[in-house]
Design a protein around this ligand. Structure first.
Ligand SMILES: [Zn+2]
Length: 63
């Protein structure tokens, strides 16, 4: 199951079955979405950006 990560809100959303990256142009707040294949990749991205793990607390309302 893959995830979409919002660069702006630092939120993430797990794609449900039948949903695809193409279904989401961007976050409703204009954030760029990055698709990752698993939560480990997501952690690597966040560490690369700011070395913070606070994104756990947020959920980006993508839809
Ligand atoms: Zn967002």
């Amino acid at each position: 199951m893959s995830y979409l990560f919002c660069e702006k809100c630092w939120g993430y959303y797990q794609l449900q079955s039948g949903e695809f990256r193409e279904d989401f142009e961007s976050c409703r707040y204009g954030g760029t979405l990055i698709e990752v294949e698993n939560i480990g990749d997501l952690l690597n991205i966040v560490y690369d950006i700011e070395n913070l793990i606070i994104f756990y607390k947020f959920f980006c309302p993508l839809s």
